[in-house]
Write a protein that binds this ligand. Structure first.
Ligand code: SF4
Ligand code: SF4
Length: 171
């Protein structure tokens, strides 16, 4: 079974417990991402709701079904499909819940991945983690769409945050 950090970040290639130093550095990475999330200035442009795959965790299901006032089974068959043991929203790009005003129809019940985006999502966190391992602190954010307000902020602020926190990193 693949190791998971905080129960949701799959550490591909690691099957046993997370080594202590790795855990320490993952905690630092998570703190950086979480701190940025705290300064989140989402402009609700709706761009991030145009993804091909939007994952829904088991822990999201009941909250979403309740918000839509649907029985759980009806919600699942109407909106979700399952692939390789995971739930995904059926209609995406844009997401079925994106309204014309670019607001999310289920905002306070949206999936955890949407709450975490783009700060504490696995891809950004893994880039922060890799940069922390690298003495040069090179943060590879090439994958980010530079048109989005939130990613522009990350690109502008994350390298400095990494430099500030770097002395705590164990190599
Ligand atoms: S792309 Fe960024 S700024 Fe736009 S809605 Fe998504 S999180 Fe907010
Ligand atoms: S659930 Fe809401 S926040 Fe998440 S992708 Fe769909 S419209 Fe966007």
């Amino acid at each position: 079974m693949v190791a998971k950090y905080r129960g949701k970040y799959e550490l591909t290639g690691l099957k046993g417990p997370i080594p202590e130093e790795m855990l320490h550095n993952l905690d630092i990475s998570y703190e950086i991402c979480h701190e940025m999330e705290g300064h989140n200035h989402c402009e609700q442009c709706g761009r991030c709701c145009y993804q091909d795959f939007i994952i829904v965790l088991d822990s999201d299901l009941e909250r979403m079904a309740e918000k839509l006032e649907m029985p759980l089974r009806t919600f699942i068959t109407t909106y979700l499909y399952r692939d390789k043991g995971k739930w995904f929203i059926k209609k995406t790009n844009p997401c079925a819940f994106l309204q014309e005003d670019k607001r999310c129809a289920i905002h306070d019940a949206r999936p955890e991945v949407c709450r975490d985006f783009p700060y504490t999502v696995s891809k950004f966190m893994s880039r922060v983690y890799l940069a922390l391992q690298d003495n040069g602190c090179s943060l590879d954010l090439e994958y980010m769409d530079k048109e989005w307000p939130c990613t522009q902020r990350i690109i502008a602020e994350a390298p400095e945050m990494l430099r500030r926190i770097r002395p705590d990193v164990k190599n």
